[in-house]
Design a protein around this ligand. Structure first.
Ligand code: SAH
Length: 268
């Protein structure tokens, strides 16, 4: 199993895709001549993509996103930098998008919903971190393209994110490099086993759904901690499940139906 932090790029103006240019923001049409003046272009891109992101977050708040922390974190992360250039103009729509190897980046609405549930873990009412983030470590199962890991990095003191597909682990590392998120640890491994070296976690979030919540995950939660994961129910449908670890045991809640990629064991 590898533990890697995203490395710092030498050229901080380079896009995470490594083509030396920032990807075009959705809705931004710029004459070719403007694109060569990178400082101007970057300023224009920054403003435009910020406005589009603000609209995305406002919609999420209208639809029920309640945590100001989560809204702010989602406002900060440039989702368009995590998808292929052909999909950039859909990056701020409420849709899941392909990220390669048959996997998808979740809809913003679902990311917001799961994080909204996660930050309400009882353990977070007790302590604050000097950085202003929530104190404690979070484990994400299913790094995918790294988008949600980036959002988590604005919320929690330390983020451990595990991916079983080497191609996506590497893609996430490339995508995250330019963001210089020193509190994100990308791991290549089978998330069904959790990551005991980083345990215990205040929060665990899975972006892939199995038939059960593995006991390794609940074993690695702190008392007062919370796990949010999709899980297939007896009727064969996937639903969002919240597990709280309390002094007296585990408490499960089954929420709305969701559609996530399957949780699979082993590396590939
Ligand atoms: N959070 C991601 C969503 C990725 S989709 C993002 O923001 O892009 C879910 C991911 O879970 C897929 O990449 C899939 O390969 C991964 N996955 C499935 N089973 C896994 C396991 N046992 N361990 C780690 N990752 C797993």
């Amino acid at each position: 199993m590898n533990t890697r932090r995203p490395r710092f790029p030498a050229d901080l103006t380079a896009s995470p895709k490594g083509n030396g240019r920032s990807p075009a923001a959705p809705g931004l049409s710029m004459p070719a001549s403007a694109r060569v003046v990178s400082a101007t272009a970057t300023r224009g891109l920054g403003l435009d993509s910020e406005a589009v992101r603000e609209r995305m977050v406002s919609r999420l708040v209208e639809q029920g996103l309640s945590s100001k922390r989560v809204a702010e974190a989602m406002r900060q992360v440039e989702r368009h930098r995590f998808v292929d250039s052909a999909l950039v103009n859909q990056a701020y729509e409420d849709t899941s998008l392909p990220i390669g190897l048959g996997q998808t980046i979740s809809k913003p609405n679902v990311v917001g919903r799961m994080l909204d549930l996660l930050v309400q873990a009882p353990v977070f009412t007790q302590s604050a971190h000097p950085s202003g983030r929530l104190a404690g470590r979070v484990l994400e199962v299913g790094t995918g393209c790294g988008y949600q890991a980036a959002v988590l990095s604005h919320l929690f003191a330390e983020v451990y994110s595990m991916e079983r597909l080497k191609g996506l682990h590497e893609k996430a590392r490339d995508n995250l490099r330019a963001f210089r998120l020193a509190n994100v640890h990308l791991l290549l491994g089978d998330g069904m086993l959790g990551f005991p070296r980083g345990a215990p976690y205040a929060a665990i979030i899975s972006a892939a759904g199995g038939d059960d919540v593995p006991s390794t995950w609940t074993d690695q939660l702190v008392v007062g901690g919370r796990l949010v994961a999709p899980c297939t129910q007896k009727n064969g449908q996937q639903a969002l499940v919240v597990v709280d670890k309390t002094e007296s045991g585990l408490s499960h809640s089954v929420l709305e139906a969701v559609h996530f990629v399957p949780l699979k064991s082993g590396l590939a």
